[in-house]
Write a protein that binds this ligand. Structure first.
Ligand SMILES: Cc1ncc(COP(=O)(O)O)c(C=O)c1O
Length: 400
């Protein structure tokens, strides 16, 4: 099976234009349709603005506070995630996460997935050490245990699908349950993008993106963004950015908006490639285990089918053999690029436990694959050749 089944949750159209997200990524954040205006927003390099007398909030003053080059991207993200308040762009995904986690008070309680981006978990550990924050780690696909951990919590940070284990939460149930308990809910939507799920429309307070990944999409930018549910929720995030100064450079934001224009086609192609490859990998004798929420046998399939409009383009595989076998497979590839990060047009992969800081419950031989938009047959041929070469080199001493 290589075509996605019907999904319960198609992406939500824009409330005023009625445009689908595939149209919004192309049309959002354009200058006014006035004769002589540029089609694309101008890129402004200026740290300061002409200003005299009383300071007014409507006026640009100083670029750490606000600059027009951010606005089109911030507006586009707000539209895509379904927020009435402009998004807040940051210098990286981590500075966006830091802004949201600053909502946890000293001595407060934070609930995070057991598997999540390792630096996010490192940040949570730092909050514990420095500020005595009680950090509870949960299996995000076990709704009852997530909600049990949410009692007396200040913030629940969800990743779904998780990095790199690809667990998928029952997002509507988890968000609704946590909100009922009075918990602030933030969803790192980096893997799914707003084209596959829109957590704010399910009641989340914040959506976070590493815009470094799919939103910009060309592995040439490091950037982050927080989208708040409304202007009240936005206020502390915006204040944090001005205070801490983790601002994005204008060039990065301009590039991210340029990348965003093709998000829908990139996501569509990469998702279709991933589904194709996940099925092929599952049948390959060199592979012991494939995690991809689009496989009907995957533990995340039911939740993903119910809550996402497609399954994403990240696959996690475990070959038969140990970490050295996984490394040998990666080294034998000629098209796939061995590299960290994900979400670019090019297919990349890495063995996550090569980082000493990766969660110890991630298997040593797990390879996280970010599927790009190359021809799917070329991608498969490269993988198949590398897998076959490594398997035949290991015979007759083949080990489990
Ligand atoms: C899911 C997820 N969230 C956040 C981040 C951090 O983003 P950045 O590297 O842009 O700081 C990453 C980076 O890999 C990620 O994968």
């Amino acid at each position: 099976m290589t075509t996605p089944p019907h999904h319960a949750h198609p992406p939500v159209a824009h409330p005023t234009t009625g445009w689908s997200p595939a149209t919004q990524v192309v049309a959002a954040g354009r200058p006014a349709r006035t004769r002589g205006n540029p089609l694309n927003p101008p890129l402004v390099f200026s740290s300061t603005y002409h200003s005299t007398g009383t300071v007014t909030p409507e006026e640009f003053l100083y670029t750490r506070m606000d600059t027009e080059t951010w606005h089109p991207f911030e507006q586009a993200l707000a539209d895509l995630e379904g927020s009435p308040a402009p998004a807040v762009v940051f210098s990286s995904g981590m500075s966006a996460i830091a802004a949201v986690l600053a909502l946890v008070p000293a001595g407060g309680r934070l609930v995070v997935p057991r598997h999540a981006y390792q630096v996010t978990l490192g940040f949570a550990a730092d909050l514990h050490t420095r500020l005595g924050v009680d950090v509870i780690k949960v299996d995000i696909d076990d709704t009852d245990s997530v909600l049990a951990a949410c009692h007396d919590a200040d913030v629940l940070l969800i990743e779904s699908p998780t990095n790199p284990m690809l667990e998928v939460a029952d997002l509507p149930a988890v968000i609704a349950g946590a909100k009922q308990l009075g918990v602030t809910v933030a969803v790192d939507n980096t893997f799914a993008t707003p084209l596959l799920q829109q957590p704010l429309t399910l009641g989340a307070d914040y959506v976070i993106h590493s815009a470094t990944k799919y939103l910009s999409g060309h592995s040439d930018v490091v950037l982050g963004v927080v989208v708040a549910a409304d202007s009240e929720a936005r206020a502390p995030i915006h204040a944090y950015r001005t205070l801490h100064g983790a601002i994005a450079g204008p060039m990065e934001v301009w590039l991210a908006l340029r990348g965003l224009r093709t998000l829908a086609v990139r996501v569509r192609e990469a998702n279709a490639n991933a589904l194709y490859l996940a099925h092929k990998l599952q049948q390959h004798p060199a592979i012991a285990h494939v995690r991809y929420p689009g496989l009907p046998t995957d533990p995340g399939y039911t939740n993903a089918t119910a809550t996402m409009s497609n399954y994403g383009a990240i696959i996690a595989i475990q070959p038969h053999g140990d970490a050295a076998t996984a490394d040998a497979i990666i080294d034998a590839l000629t098209l796939w690029t061995p590299a960290t990060s994900l979400g670019g047009v090019e297919s990349t992969l890495e063995r996550r436990r090569r980082f000493g800081t990766e969660s110890p419950t991630v298997p040593e031989n797990l390879i996280r694959m970010s599927v790009g938009i190359e021809d799917k047959h070329d991608l498969w041929n490269d993988l198949n050749a590398a897998l076959t070469r490594v398997v035949s080199a290991s015979r007759p001493h083949e080990q489990e």
